[in-house]
Design a protein around this ligand. Sequence first.
Ligand code: UDP
Length: 472
Amino acid sequence: MASGSGTHILALPFPLQGHINPMLQLCKTLITKGIRVTLVTTVFISSSLQIQASTTSNLINIETIPDAAATTSEGDVYQVFINNFKETITQGFTTSEGDVYQVFINNFKETITQGLPRLIEKHKQSSYPAKAIVYDSVLPWTLDIAHQLGLKGAVLFTQPCTVCSIFYHMKQGTLKIPNEDEGSDIMLPAMPPLKLKDLPSLIYDTGAYTALFNLLIDQFSTYRDADWRLFNTFDKLEDEILKWIASEGPILTIGPTIPPLHTDDIEYGLSLFKPDAEAYLKWLETKENGSVVYVSFGSLVTPGEKQMEEIARGLVESNCFFLWVVRASEESKLPPDFVLEKGLIVNWCSQLQVLAHPAIGCFVTHCGWNSTLEALSFGVPMVAMAQWTDQTTTAKLIADVWQIGVRTKADENDFVTREEIAGSVREIMQEERGNEIRRNASNWKQLAKEAVSEGGSSHKNITEFVIQLSRS
Ligand code: UDP
């Protein structure tokens, strides 16, 4: 086991659940190797965090930076961002200060740019000055702050390498986008042929989310200067594209960043949402192995009311038991006459514990990268119902490349019918194709486990990272 011998590093996640989880798990792994970690966030974000007591997450020191301009004329900037996510997605919500994403992103940048140097200077006076900072790839300007103050910088990418490479091509100007009606394949080095709607939606849905699009393109603004480039994936999963991106500069794959199944600590440790009481785990206990469909669209996605109705009716039509996460802010979209005969709805759950439960037979997912890696790591087949951003590309990989799920077909407005949802669930739960997918899922589960086990590719890379950190 490599020893970080008390080397101190800072970690700066982007404050969304899907970005916090991989950073946190990486930190926990580094701690087990003797690295000291201080997780940096803002006062406001930290006040929204639910800390789940667990052995390793307790060892992470959390330090906060006062929010630069916590309020807009509409109220607190983070609250405005979360409250208006639905409008932002459906029609592009603006505050008097501008696009809500942009306000949120600008505010976070201002907060960190002001507060991080002070925090680093304070640590320099302590017995454990920080040597490096691990930062989310969507915060590329962190590298300049780190370098100016004598720290090294490791960038962490929390999307599939395939998706990152597509944005890399966008940044370089080497991606030619065909017209929708051309229907021709998009050929990029080391990638399968892609149709327009296999690309991240921010690329083909032009102009809809400019702030987010720019955020993802800007990931590469300091890419070449980073001291380490970490990717939350593993070598065998994205073999060819990883080799291609490594030819642009060395990288370290460190994923999947999932808490190991065999520990009693199967939690990330910090959540922006409060999980429901654990009655759902007891409910799962009453179900036969592989008999329950788990449904979740992650922390941000907000399907429209009609789409929610189709999901509800489709689940009933599949005639399977189901456990469905409907966040409190989404509940009002459920059909008023919806009767839960074979289903259970929760506002939030411990997804890791659910996916690890033997009662789960498949996962209807929005294809967020963490959810995908979690399902893959636990060998759970997926119904890939991508909604936006990187999810569309991940759905393609799930269905056609790794073959661990089926991808729902949508109409030209990205609407998926109840028949399609029910049919996809049945395909996995009851039909022959399901057996084939389960075999593939079990194979990928094994490969994911190997990658993070002693001698595996991600394990070796994390060890190498720790050695380099301690020597730096
Ligand atoms: N998650 C959870 N409980 C839930 C739903 C989701 O703990 O009820 C976690 C899930 O395990 C994953 C994260 O929230 O780690 C969602 O990240 P993902 O990248 O899948 O999607 P995003 O929320 O970023 O769209």
